[in-house]
Design a protein around this ligand. Structure first.
Ligand SMILES: Nc1ncnc2c1ncn2[C@@H]1O[C@H](COP(=O)(O)OP(=O)(O)OP(=O)(O)O)[C@@H](O)[C@H]1O
Length: 968
């Protein structure tokens, strides 16, 4: 060690530390705590005050003793003071570090709280997202079910359409868009699920990263804390060493230069170590800050990503946006806090840099200090210093070893720092990896979400359009229904009111009806009885009027001499057959027995005659009507009754009739017998009959012995009238006689032909009855003639379809009947010439038709439809006949001076020549070969003459068979 010479040194100038600034509380500077206080506060134990006091007092004493002689002591004190100040600065620095540590703790706790809050928010967010996802799933399910329903309807409609459109070629059928929609929705659901899984993964990774960052940060902070503690320990040790140094310095007269140098080296070393520690602390702090920053950045990045993902997935959710905005606010606040922390760190770094600068300045000053120490060493050279130097040397070794350990620790810290750097790098790589993954996922999710959103929008638009149109239709229907409901409602209310009213009325109805019915019944009964009475009266009056009308009509007819016309309708017979052609076409008037209605096709014709006999009319009823006419011949009238009608219409039935129910012929004779017998007394009556047949315009005497003999009608040359020369007359007096005569006539008629039935239909049969009455007193003689004619059938030739004999028959019938028609027409029109001689029939009936006789025509008609034409023809003919006026009939009577010879057929002469008529024609005595008319009795014996008619011998005298028994 070199000893430096003692030189006078200049007054040392101590530079006040720039960084020191006393604490000021309430405008008063607070003194720095003493070392004991600091030790007590930081190390937790008390420093022995006696030792300190003793040392201080001794040092002070020595200083006082050597103040004037040793200037280096002063310098030493100045250095010590400077060291104290540095200690104070270090304390200040430690305090600041502690404050920063506290702040860091505070920030860490805040960060933890915020992280906890964020985690809770994240959980809530995840839950809300899950709920929203669930809701969306439900909505998608509902939408899917609606779409499925629509799909089913569409499929049904498409089936129907396909059923109607078979022309669509197979394969041209497109899959419904809804199926594609469902597939898209399913695909979106799968993508959404994967995105949700990724989101959860990222969230968990973020949480893990946050935890790991937090753990790293905490470990770093703990390391920093440990370093700070170690520094404090070292500081304490330095303090102790300094104290020991002072003690040694006090024990020796002056510090030797070597020891001082060592001490300075030691201080320098400590200073360097402190500097390094501070540097390390700074680095650690910086690393912590970087880690924290990185962690914050990562967290922020992840949160941003999360916010992005959440916002993209829950684009429709405003809550997420709100929460994200809150999260952004929190992050901003956090960033502000971090920036504050950074600023504070920067300030701290600045302070550290200042300290470093001071240390550097101190180091720059160290040569001067060394010089001074050398001076001191020169001045203080003692054994004690040497020994203390040795001890210091030992201490130096100890400190050297400690330095080595500290260096090792520093190495460890460096390794840890390297490890931390590598960890940090790995974390950064991971973060980069995650960022890449997240970016790819983000891009994928963006594309998927965009496609899904487009599909969804399209689908929603389609569904909305469809729903809109259906809604529109439904709205229209609803409006129409509303209108109808409104109308129906008003109708319903009206009906309800009406119903209530009607119900009320209906309840009263039974009583009202009962009462009304009773009243009406009484009134009706009364009215009906009145009407009945009135009707009866009217009917009586009507009948009386009718009777009078008939009477007057008959009188008028009698006065006018009209041909009276009766009509008789036969009943249906089996020959009429059945079916439509056998329908009844004839109806009668209930009140007027002169009217007849014939239904012909679509119309009904009305015919009026003098009397209508219905189908139920009996033979007696018919005869009752003609009885008066018949009996008038007793009074000397000529009467002619002839039956007209088509074949089978009942002419023969009416005129002859069956034996069991005889017709007019037999009844007339019977009546004549009865009447003549009644009128007995002075009158003696003789009734003779003759029977003639006109067949093919040939006249035959049916009562003749030779009926084939052709008779002729001739004019009486002695005085008008017609007669049939040689005609047989048979006197009859009983019905039995008449029947016998009739039998003869029928028999003769039958022998003349092979088919009697047809023959009778085609010939006219005349029964001529002569009633001669002689008054025995006055000798007055009356002769009445009754001609009963059964005409042949009146049907037309064309209908009969006849030929040959039949045609001739028909032609002759037609001739005679048309002659009858012509005569009727001439009579009706009152022509001067009446063509009687056109036929044998009209010629024979000339007196009956045109003379002063009473003529009655009975028109026979069939009731069935197939005969309606002939029925109408017959009735038309009857109508014409009815209008014929023949003039008033007159009696044929001779005065009584002429004696009536009933036994002779020769009429007596009278002033009014009595004309004996045959067939209605007046005639003079028949001039036959014997010039005596032949009268026969019913047995064929001539009546009134013992000589039979020679010219017409009655060979057989056999009774004529009746038509009806024969038919039966
Ligand atoms: N009023 C009646 N009641 C019962 N039967 C009747 C009646 N009128 C006619 N007939 C029956 O009708 C049938 C034909 O009658 P009828 O021979 O008298 O006709 P017709 O006109 O004389 O015929 P034809 O011209 O051929 O002589 C007979 O069988 C007869 O018995």
């Amino acid at each position: 060690m070199n000893k430096t010479p003692k030189i006078k040194r200049a007054e040392p100038v101590f530079k006040t530390p720039m960084t020191y600034s006393p604490r000021i509380v309430g405008n008063k500077p607070v003194p720095s705590p003493s070392r004991a206080e600091i030790w007590k506060q930081q190390l937790g134990f008390d420093v022995d005050p006696e030792e300190g006091e003793t040392t201080d007092s001794e040092s002070e004493d020595e200083t006082r003793n050597k103040e004037n002689e040793n200037f280096s002591v002063v310098e030493y004190h100045a250095l010590q003071k400077e060291l104290d100040e540095r200690n104070t600065q270090r304390d200040e620095l430690l305090f600041k570090i502690k404050t920063l540590t506290d702040k860091n703790k505070h920030y860490k706790s805040r960060l933890e709280k915020e992280e906890l809050t964020k985690r809770q928010q994240m959980k809530i967010l995840c839950k809300s997202q899950e709920t929203q996802l669930q809701e969306k799933d439900n909505l998608i399910g509902n939408l899917q079910s609606i779409i499925e329903e629509h799909e089913e309807q569409l499929i049904d409609m498409e089936h129907k359409i396909n059923g109607n459109m078979n022309t669509i070629p197979p394969g041209s059928y497109k899959q419904p868009s809804s199926v594609k929609l469902i597939e898209d929705i399913k695909r979106l659901q799968i993508e959404k699920t994967s995105l949700t899984t990724k989101l959860e993964t990222i969230t968990s990774e973020m949480e893990n990263h946050s935890c790991s960052s937090k753990g790293d940060n905490s470990s770093d902070i703990n390391d920093l804390q440990q370093v700070i503690e170690r520094l404090e320990d070292k500081n304490c040790k330095l303090e102790q060493e300094l104290k020991l140094y002072k003690i040694h310095e006090n024990d020796n007269t002056g510090p030797c230069h070597t020891d001082t140098e060592k001490q300075v080296d030691k201080l320098q070393t400590d200073n360097d170590k402190l500097h390094e520690e501070i540097e390390e602390l700074k680095r650690t702090n910086s690393r912590t800050s970087d880690l924290f920053k990185l962690s914050t950045q990562e967290q922020q990045q992840l949160q941003d990503d999360l916010v992005k993902l959440s916002s993209e997935i829950k684009i429709f959710d405003e809550k997420i946006t709100k929460k994200n905005s809150e999260l952004h606010k929190l992050q901003a606040r956090h960033r502000e806090e971090v920036s504050d922390l950074k600023n504070q760190n920067q300030e701290l770094s600045q302070k550290v840099r200042n300290l470093q600068a001071e240390i550097m300045s101190l180091q720059a000053k160290s040569p001067e200090v060394v010089t001074k120490i050398k001076k001191v060493e020169v001045q203080i050279e003692s054994e004690q210093l040497k020994s203390s130097y040795i001890s210091c040397q030992q201490d130096k070794d100890v400190l050297q070893s400690k330095l080595t350990s500290v260096q090792l620790e520093i190495e460890e810290c460096k390794q840890k720092l390297t490890l931390s750097h590598s960890n940090n790098t790995q974390l950064l790589e991971q973060v980069q990896h995650w960022q890449n993954q997240y970016s790819s996922l983000e891009s994928e999710s963006e594309v998927a979400l965009q496609a899904a959103a487009e599909d969804k929008e399209r689908t929603v638009a389609d569904v909305r359009e469809a729903m809109k149109s259906s809604m529109h239709n439904l709205q229209n229907q609803y409006d129409v229904m509303c209108q109808k409901v409104g109308v129906l409602g008003s109708l319903y209310s009206d009906l309800t009111e009406s119903y209530i009213l009607i119900e009320k009325q209906a309840k009263q109805f039974p009583k009202i009806i009962k009462k009304t019915v009773t009243d009406v019944t009484k009134q009706t009964t009364k009215a009906i009885s009145e009407i009945n009475e009135y009707n009866k009266e009217l009917v009586k009056k009507y009948h009386r009027e009718m009777f009078l009308r008939k009477k007057y009509h008959n009188e008028l007819v009698e006065l006018k001499g009209n041909i009276r016309v009766f009509c008789r309708v036969r009943p249906k017979i089996k020959e009429d057959g059945s079916g439509a052609t056998a329908n009844n076409v004839i109806d009668y008037d209930r009140d007027d027995d002169g009217l007849l209605y014939v239904a012909n096709k679509a119309r009904t014709q009305t015919f009026e005659v003098d009397k209508v006999f219905t189908q139920t009319s009996t033979q007696p009823e018919v005869f009752d009507e003609v009885k008066a006419l018949v009996t008038s011949c007793i009074d000397g009238y000529n009467v002619c009754i002839f039956a007209y009608g088509q074949t089978g219409s009942g002419k023969t039935f009416t005129m002859e009739g069956p034996q069991s129910d005889p017709g007019i012929n037999q009844r007339a004779l019977k009546e004549l017998f009865s009447e003549t017998s009644t009128r007995g007394g002075d009158w003696q009556f003789t009734i003779t009959v003759s029977a003639i047949e006109i067949y093919n315009e040939m006249i035959r005497d049916l009562l003749s012995d030779d009926p084939s003999y052709k008779m002729e009608v001739k004019m009486n040359p002695e005085g008008g009238g017609l007669y049939v020369p040689g005609l047989s007359f048979v006197e009859v007096s009983t019905v039995a006689h008449v029947n016998e005569v009739f039998s003869i006539g029928q028999k003769n008629r039958a022998t003349a032909t092979t088919n009697m039935n047809e023959h009778s239909s085609r010939s006219h049969a005349l029964l001529c009855v002569t009633v001669t009455g002689v008054n025995r007193t006055t000798n007055t003689k009356t002769i009445g003639k009754l001609n009963l004619v059964d005409l042949a059938g009146s049907e037309r030739v064309s209908k009969s379809g006849a030929d040959g004999t039949r045609l001739k028959e028909a032609q002759n019938i037609n001739k005679s009947l048309s002659s009858l028609g012509d005569v009727i027409h001439a009579l009706r029109s009152k022509q001067n010439f009446v063509p009687y001689r056109n036929s044998k029939l009209t010629y024979l009936l000339q007196d009956s038709l045109g003379g002063d006789s009473k003529t009655l025509m009975i028109v026979q008609v069939a009731p069935v439809e197939k005969n309606v034409a002939e029925t109408i023809c017959s009735l038309n003919f009857a109508q014409r006949v009815r209008t014929v006026e023949l003039g008033q009939a007159s009696k044929k009577m001779e005065s009584g001076d002429v004696e009536m010879d009933m036994g002779s057929s020769t009429p007596s002469k009278s002033s009014t020549p009595l004309k004996q008529n045959i067939g209605g024609s007046s005639y003079t005595p028949i001039k036959n070969s014997s010039s005596t008319p032949t009268l026969r009795n019913y047995t064929g014996t001539p009546i009134g003459s013992t000589t039979p008619n020679q010219s017409t011998p009655n060979k057989g005298g056999t009774p004529v068979a009746s038509k009806y028994p024969r038919r039966k």
